[in-house]
Design a protein around this ligand. Structure first.
Ligand code: GMT
Length: 374
């Protein structure tokens, strides 16, 4: 198949899923064309089946807001014609689904038939898309999709609850490449961070409000009242300065490190004992799955799709959003030397269910079905 993939190219779950899926499809022999405004972060190498087409927007003094959606749709039309695309797969509904709709309809006029699949990732539904300023277009373009997927049953339900979507939404969860995300021997790294064998707690995110990273710091402060521990915060984003301030005021900066954006996050996960995901809403929780694949158990909230990943009492614990005390108590239970090995083992076992090879056929079958039925 010749597939056109539209996604956000930055660090972020939807871009990672889009890129890793595209790479896996290319390895299966399909030709995959990424269409976006800059090179996707995990696509910086040569492969005969992978292509990148940059969306170009010319600045003009009249434009307070450059028309990205139109530029994207135009590029999609252009690539579809030149590369004889069979299908578009757009990740994150806003504004990719409406651009895909526009491209498909333009191509139809020239008797070219290129259907599109929209994958809903989370905040495109739960935060951005449901806002009244966007909702009519989002509803329309989801309904116009030739295939719709959501990354969890919870997100599927949210979409039906909040939008008048009349079409079938197929749940295809996030996936993990266990060749990359596996526990590596990094003892020297652990020794450098935890010289006195402290427990290592980790959090990775894009530091947006929805992640409630301040709760990570608060839970950590409770944990270290009982157990010597260190905290690593990986990632960057709008809330980082506020979190740094909170950490400076509430704990010793010797014990907390902000690592910023990190490509080889699996190396940090390999030496970690516990992952904290304190999000107010999380459609799936890809960062948590990456941790579990590296044998790191999880304290997460019970928000969104997290209960579909984190098995309460087995791979970690599920807690109410903002319940710092319970999160800290449950964390101490996991970190107990008699419990930690079994939680680690269970985390890995659960992650194996989301191995790429289990999920890839779901997308591949959907692609074939949509192309055949269109
Ligand atoms: O978590 C984010 O804010 C990034 C966001 C994205 O769209 O890039 O992630 C969403 O998609 C991921 C991949 O499907 C999911 O694993 C995340 O749970 C989801 N984030 C939220 O729902 C907040």
């Amino acid at each position: 198949m010749n597939i056109g993939v539209v996604c956000y190219p930055t660090y972020g779950g939807s871009g990672v899923v889009a890129t890793e899926l595209g790479k896996a499809m290319a390895a299966e022999g399909h030709k995959v064309h990424f269409i976006t405004y800059s090179q996707p972060t995990r696509l910086d190498f040569f492969n005969e089946n992978l292509f990148y087409h940059e969306v170009d927007i010319k600045p003009y003094p009249l434009f307070q807001y450059p028309p990205y959606e139109i530029a994207l749709a135009s590029k999609m039309v252009d690539v579809a014609k030149r590369e004889k695309l069979d299908l578009f797969h757009v990740h994150y509904a806003v504004p990719h689904a409406s651009a895909a709709y526009m491209a498909r309809e333009i191509l139809k006029v020239e008797d070219l038939h290129v259907p599109f699949i929209t994958t809903l990732h989370g905040t495109d539904i739960t935060i951005v898309g449901k806002d009244a300023s966007l909702e009519p277009v989002v509803t329309f373009s989801i309904n116009q999709s030739d295939g719709i997927t959501a990354v969890s049953s919870d997100l599927r339900k949210d979409t039906y609850d909040q939008f008048k979507v009349t079409k079938e939404i197929q749940v295809i969860p996030n996936f993990i490449d266990l060749d990359r995300f596996k526990k590596q021997k990094k003892d020297h790294f652990k020794k450098a961070i935890c010289p006195n064998d402290e427990k290592l707690i980790v959090h990775t995110s894009n530091f947006r409000k929805v992640k409630r990273v301040q709760d990570v710091v608060k839970v950590f402060n409770e944990i270290r009242k009982t157990v010597p521990a260190k905290l690593l915060l990986v990632g960057d984003g709008p809330e980082r300065s506020a979190i740094e301030k909170l950490a400076e005021q509430s704990c010793s900066m010797e014990d907390v490190r902000f690592l910023g954006k990190l490509e080889a996050v699996e190396e940090v996960l390999s030496v970690s004992d516990l992952f904290l995901m304190t999000s107010e809403k999380e459609s799936f929780g890809l960062a948590a799955l990456e941790a579990m694949a590296c044998e790191v158990p999880l304290i997460s909230t019970n928000a969104g799709g997290l209960p579909e990943l984190n098995v309460d009492g087995v791979t970690g614990y599920l807690c109410d959003v903002g319940d710092i005390e319970n999160m800290a108590n449950k964390a101490l239970e996991i970190l107990d030397k008699d419990n930690l090995p079994k939680f680690k083992e269970a985390a890995l076992k659960r992650a194996q269910e989301f191995e790429l090879s289990n999920i890839l056929p779901m997308y591949e079958n959907l692609y074939k079905q949509v192309i055949t039925e269109f």
